[in-house]
Structure formats: structure tokens, C-alpha cells
Design a protein around this ligand. Structure first.
Ligand SMILES: Nc1ncnc2c1ncn2[C@@H]1O[C@H](COP(=O)(O)OP(=O)(O)OP(=O)(O)O)[C@@H](O)[C@H]1O
Length: 240
């Protein structure tokens, strides 16, 4: 494939937990063709925090889905913890996602019929952790995010900020190499958004999980170690 000469946001190397090389994505609906991503290169190192900003419709969610293995690129490759995702079977890709990645969405995506502790236990149980150990780890993390008194509450019985903090706990309970957040604080007021964002950065420091966060809020983005802007289907270093 022809590669352009735009500067790479950073080159992959040892300690890279997530990388994209020449990632393109085209949506084709009948005769309508939309080239959303043209040539995305990205390399995220262990423990790094990266914010991705960009105008509405530039493809931030599309990119995050592809980085998380939820969608396949039209061209290019994504590697998670050194393994190229497209070379894996669906099952092996699912296992890699469960082992190495965590996800936080704008709308928490917690399971409504399960309690906070059950929601946070879920990724551990999926990977075969014994129930007692899973509960022990879920309780410790829920206490850490300030929900120690809300363990048995269902999502509908939690406030918006509490739901997002529970979703953060669920994403981090497996101590993944990297957490991907798609506007993780986007539905919260400024104070709650700052609190949840703070929490993610604190857990990043404590656990060493890398964070890749899409946000429309420049103030929040500026607190990440690196800010990249998606425009014209490519990622560019963002000048502060
Ligand atoms: N399944 C699809 N089929 C066709 N086009 C799509 C599809 N999904 C997204 N698009 C288009 O791709 C473009 C990028 O969408 P995406 O949701 O990734 O943007 P975004 O940067 O996350 O936007 P926002 O900030 O508004 O959430 C949009 O123009 C959208 O219409």
C-alpha cells in the first residue's frame, strides 16, 4: 500500500500496548462512499495517556471501535499487546480484548438488571476468575472509586456520575494494558466530568493502564500526556 509522508504521532517499539499502522476505513452504502479514516498511525506505550480530539463526524468513534477490535479496518493493521488483531479468529480476538483492553463509553453500558458489584465482577468471571476472588477485587475497586456504599445498587439506582465511576471500575478491574474511552465523561456536568476524568488519570498512575480517551472537551484533553487531533482521516499531534 502507498503510505504518505505525514509525520507519525509516534512509532511502535518495545512497551507498545496498542498500535495502528496505515488504518483506513471506508463506509460504502450503495453508491455512497465515505472515506472516514485514510491513514491512521498510532502507537500507545504502557502507562501512557492519550486524548483524541476532532470535529464532529471526523471518525473518532470509528477509530476507537477499530482500535478496540469491535470493527475491522478497510486497510491497515491494529496490534494489541504485540498481536495483530486481524490475524486472530473471532474467539481469540475476543479473548485478547478481554485480557488486554477495557472500554468506557459515554453512556455507561452497564447491565441494568445486575448490581454494581455484579457488573464489575463480570469481566473477571468471563475470563474464568473464581467468584470469591472476583468479588474481592470488584469490592476493592468499587471502594476505590467511591462506591463502597453502593455495591448492591443497580445502575438505575445510581446517579449519572456514580454510573460512570462504576463503568470505570468495570473497565479497570482486569488491570488491562489499555483502556479505550469514547467520550467517557460526555454525559456528565462539568464537575462530575472532571471528577471521573481525575479518577481515570489516578487509576492510570496506580495500575499503569494506558488510556486512550476521545473527548470534545479541550480542557480535559489537555490533561492527558499527549493530545492528538483527528482530521482529514489522519491523526496529527495537537499544538496546545
Ligand atoms: N455504519 C456507518 N455507515 C455509514 N457511515 C457511517 C457509519 N458509521 C459512521 N459513519 C460516518 O462516518 C463518519 C464518522 O463517524 P464517527 O461516529 O466515527 O464520528 P465522530 O468523530 O465520533 O463524531 P461525533 O464527535 O459527532 O461523535 C460520519 O460522517 C458518519 O456519518
Amino acid at each position: 500500500m502507498m503510505r504518505n509522508s505525514s509525520p507519525q504521532p509516534s512509532a511502535p517499539g518495545p512497551g507498545t500496548v496498542l498500535s495502528a499502522a496505515g488504518v483506513a476505513k471506508t463506509y460504502q452504502e450503495g453508491k455512497l462512499r465515505t472515506d472516514v479514516l485514510r491513514d491512521v498511525d498510532l502507537s500507545v506505550r504502557r502507562g501512557e495517556t492519550v486524548a483524541i480530539i476532532g470535529a464532529s463526524g471526523t471518525g473518532k468513534s470509528t477509530l476507537l471501535h477499530i482500535l478496540g477490535g469491535l470493527d475491522a479496518p478497510t486497510a491497515g493493521e491494529v496490534s494489541v499487546d504485540g498481536t495483530v488483531m486481524s490475524r486472530l479468529s473471532d474467539r481469540a480476538r475476543g479473548e485478547l480484548r478481554n485480557r488486554a483492553l477495557g472500554f468506557v463509553y459515554q453512556f455507561h453500558h452497564l447491565l441494568p438488571e445486575f448490581s454494581a458489584i455484579e457488573n464489575v465482577c463480570m469481566p473477571l468471571l468471563i475470563r474464568g476468575t473464581a467468584i470469591d476472588e472476583a468479588r474481592h477485587r470488584a469490592i476493592a475497586l468499587l471502594q476505590r472509586v467511591g462506591l463502597g456504599e453502593r455495591l448492591e445498587h443497580k445502575p438505575g439506582e445510581l446517579s449519572g456520575g456514580e454510573r460512570q465511576r462504576c463503568a470505570v471500575a468495570r473497565a479497570l478491574v482486569t488491570r488491562p494494558a489499555c483502556v479505550l474511552g469514547d467520550e467517557p465523561t460526555g454525559n456528565l456536568d462539568e464537575r462530575n466530568a472532571a471528577q471521573v476524568y481525575d479518577l481515570m488519570l489516578e487509576l492510570n498512575r496506580e495500575i499503569g493502564t494506558a488510556l486512550v480517551l476521545v473527548t470534545h472537551d479541550p480542557k480535559l484533553a489537555a490533561r492527558a500526556g499527549r493530545v492528538l487531533e483527528l482530521s482529514g482521516g489522519r491523526l496529527h499531534p495537537h499544538a496546545a
